[in-house]
Design a protein around this ligand. Structure first.
Ligand SMILES: *Cc1c(COP(=O)(O)O)cnc(C)c1O
Length: 348
């Protein structure tokens, strides 16, 4: 006899990347930003503390939504905020998907989609990417029990991107919402926010964790047409974003110069890092994100991961059954990448 719903007993929990507590590690394993957030973030948080924490936060995070809407060219009622974009994914899944129904996502991709579906007692359909990292029409095919399709774009762990024209085509064929997870879109040449106007089924999730260097603050948001936002609002916790994260996130998006400067540094490091890996015999997929997927013909990825960990450099070893295993390596600072390469050179 179990206290738990059978779906919960049966499922495996999601395993996030390692966050070591002690010791000095160079962390290239969870796609965090290697640079600090804008100094105005800490200032805004301090000032929010001084104003007091006795009251509940603004349940609708209006300050953030107004600034983000202006930046994205929508109105504030096109945005709902969350405790990281994982919270947005949770809200969307809970609102759309019931037990026995179905979700679809590409393979290999972000593992959390399957976990969220399992919590609902829903079925998962994993559509493999084509050899050139496009998605064929199987991903776009409607079916009556399909309630939501997830598309990480750029994708993790590959860093590949589906162009907006194709995303729109997919959404137009699908009869259910398409959640475009843009956690890495700030590092890519294109994004899909402008498509939200063209099709009510397109939902775009964003996060401040990666490009704004605020993974520890927990702030994400969804862009969708207002009637959709209204439904999602019913599902979220009333106070899913706290006073400090709303203040910090608003200050972060207000400092676009800081954001652009660090984003550009990451893009140049990504280019150099890709070339260096290839010269060392790795095959590297061209990335549109702040990480690269790398495999070495002669050296198994797991061994490299373990050797690097022994030297206090963490990368993400990933094994996708039926696809392959490899290393997902986040883009660090140039100094971090130099330390990484001086070790890797000796290992391959
Ligand atoms: C990092 C990541 C997220 C989650 O970001 P948070 O806002 O920190 O919850 C969502 N989707 C993908 C594909 C990610 O890599």
């Amino acid at each position: 006899m179990s206290y738990f719903r059978p779906e919960i007993e049966r499922m495996e929990g999601y395993t996030p990347g390692e966050q070591p507590l002690g010791g000095k590690f160079i962390k290239l394993n969870t796609n965090e930003n290697p640079y600090p957030p804008s100094p105005s973030v800490a200032a805004a948080i301090r000032s929010a503390i001084e104003s007091g924490l006795a009251r509940y936060p603004d349940p609708l995070a209006r300050a953030f939504r107004e600034r983000a809407a202006a930046l994205l060219g929508v109105e504030p009622d096109w945005i709902v905020c969350g405790n990281g974009s994982d919270d947005i994914l949770t809200i969307v899944t809970r609102a759309l998907v019931g037990a026995g129904e179905r979700v679809r996502y590409p393979y290999p991709s972000y593992l959390l989609y399957g976990t969220l579906a399992a919590i609902q007692g829903a079925r998962c359909e994993e559509t493999p990417f084509q050899a050139d990292w496009t998605l064929d029409d199987a991903f776009a095919a409607p079916r009556p029990d399909l309630r939501c399709a997830f598309l990480a774009n750029p994708n993790s762990p590959t860093g590949t991107v589906i162009p907006p024209e194709r995303v729109l085509e997919i959404a137009e064929r699908l009869e259910c919402p398409l959640l475009v997870d843009e956690a890495y879109a700030d590092f890519a040449p294109s994004h899909c926010v402008d498509l939200v106007r063209r099709n009510e089924r397109i939902l775009v999730a964003r996060t401040l964790s990666k490009s704004y260097a605020l993974a520890g603050l927990r702030f994400g948001y969804l862009v969708a047409q207002p009637p959709m936002i209204e439904q999602f609002r019913k599902v979220k916790d009333s106070y899913n974003c706290d006073t400090l994260s709303i203040a910090g996130a608003t200050a972060a998006i207000d400092d676009q110069d800081w954001f652009r400067h660090n984003r550009n540094r990451i893009l140049s490091t990504r280019g150099r890092m890709t070339d260096r890996l290839r010269r060392l015999g790795f095959s590297v997929i061209d990335s549109n994100a702040n990480f690269v997927w790398a495999e070495h013909a002669d050296r198994p990825a797991r061994g490299l991961y373990e050797q690097l960990k022994g030297e206090r450099i963490l990368v993400r070893y990933m094994d996708y059954p039926g696809w392959r295993d490899g290393l997902r390596i986040s883009v660090g600072t140039d100094e971090q990448m130099d330390a990484f390469f001086s070790l890797v050179k000796a290992m391959v």
